[in-house]
Unconditional design. Structure first.
Length: 417
């Protein structure tokens, strides 16, 4: 008797999706869905996707490099904007980016109810071991172009001895490109677990948001655990990691280390995550009227629980594809690479939501820019695309070079923990 097992993702109920002609070959950029392209998609390719990354994403690179230098970046934000509007709680996560005319967000900025409540009470094991164990929350910045993404791609290989001659040559551990998780685990291993065998199994790191190939971060939140009982272990870990990263030129730097409760989990405890996408205006050729229209298209997304299946990539592996945006806007910011250089302008797309699907931010940026250039779809055109449940109506994903993970907010209303 054959037993047919449905995949976990098949339990998600949605509206019927349009059937695709299996005889049609999909575009390499379409995730198995043949995109419906027109002149506006060609425009998007010209101004963003096919542009030279070193020029069109120079502002994003400048922001990341600001957080990778030795000195503290608190007193010299990489971007500037003139904004005199009332402060909002969603400004908190984006504060490290900006020097504004209205100053930093007030501590009295009203938070939504889910952020004002006390952190949920969790059952904490009371064994002697757990009482001695140290739970470290680590805030890290990294240059996305140096890594294949956050996730360590070597995990399946650690089940075997890496020196085993029976392992195929193309699956050797050292053949894989470096990942942020793997690089950080290799450095932290000898520091936090000096007696363990890290060449066969690295220390475990949990993270607030897994980033893809080429995506950078300025305040990524991860967690590591250790049995070592050291005085001022937070400073010890930060200095040791930063020293080795600097000596090896790894494009990675720890901004902060904090001892937290044993129950803390950076993924499941995060109530929201923030991203910024930066595009140079001069290098891209995107005009101001397109930016104004782009902001008008993003505004209707705020505060609504919407199904973002259309703007996701690959097979759905989550329980739900609905997300709520707390902030979605596009503005013009100023930046300069050095004190003696002229100020330049860039488009900054700020997105803050309770969750993000795979490649959702880049697909949203690309699709929103295309619709802003189209100009005749109305302010609800993005929502119409989402409600169609048809992935063919989206655009190609924006390149990863302009995307930055800005930070995460937790149930106590604190940014980055």
């Amino acid at each position: 008797m054959r037993i047919l097992r449905a995949s976990f993702a098949s339990t998600i109920y949605r509206q019927p999706r349009p059937c695709l002609d299996t005889a049609r070959l999909s575009s390499p950029h379409s995730d198995g869905w043949q995109m419906i392209r027109d002149a506006n998609d060609e425009w998007l390719d010209t101004v963003l996707i096919e542009r030279e990354p070193q020029k069109v994403f120079a502002c994003a690179r400048h922001v990341v490099e600001t957080f990778l230098v030795n000195e503290s970046s608190d007193d010299r934000p990489p971007l500037a904007k003139d904004e005199n509007t009332a402060r909002h709680w969603t400004d908190i996560l984006f504060e490290p980016l900006y020097c504004t005319s209205s100053g930093r967000a007030s501590e009295n900025s009203s938070l939504p109810p889910e952020y004002e409540m006390d952190p949920p009470i969790k059952r904490v094991k009371t064994s002697k071991k757990n009482r001695r164990r140290v739970n470290l929350k680590i805030v890290v910045s990294y240059r996305g172009g140096d890594y294949c993404g956050w996730e360590d791609q070597r995990h399946e290989l650690y089940q075997k001895d890496p020196t085993d001659a029976s392992m195929p040559i193309h699956r050797k551990v050292d053949d894989r490109p470096p990942s942020v998780q793997g690089t950080l685990a290799d450095i932290l291993g000898p520091i936090l677990e000096p007696d363990a065998r890290h060449e066969t199994r690295p220390i475990r790191l949990c993270v607030a948001g897994r980033t893809d190939l080429g995506v950078s971060a300025i305040r990524q939140v991860c967690r590591a655990r250790t049995w070592r009982n050291l005085d001022d272990i937070e400073t010890y870990v930060r200095d040791r990691v930063n020293k080795e990263a600097q000596e090896r030129g790894l494009g990675l730097r720890i901004q902060d280390v904090e001892s937290v409760d044993h129950s803390f989990h950076p993924t499941f405890d995060a109530q929201s995550r923030a991203y910024a996408y930066l595009i140079d205006t001069c290098s891209s050729g995107i005009t101001l009227d397109v930016v104004v229209k782009l902001n008008q298209l993003l505004e209707p997304l705020v505060g609504k629980e919407l199904d973002y299946f259309v703007l996701s990539y690959g097979k759905v592996k989550t329980q739900t594809t609905t997300c709520t945006m707390h902030r979605a806007r596009a503005t013009i910011v100023e930046w300069k690479e050095g004190p003696s250089l002229e100020r330049r302008e860039a488009i900054c797309i700020e997105l803050l939501g309770d969750r993000f699907l795979r490649r959702m931010v880049r697909l949203l940026v690309g699709t929103a820019l295309r619709e802003a250039h189209r100009g005749d779809g109305g302010a609800q055109s993005l929502i119409d695309i989402l409600q169609s449940n048809d992935r063919r109506r989206r655009s190609r994903a924006a390149p990863p070079g302009g995307l930055i993970f800005v930070g995460a907010m937790y149930t106590d209303g604190r940014a980055d923990g």
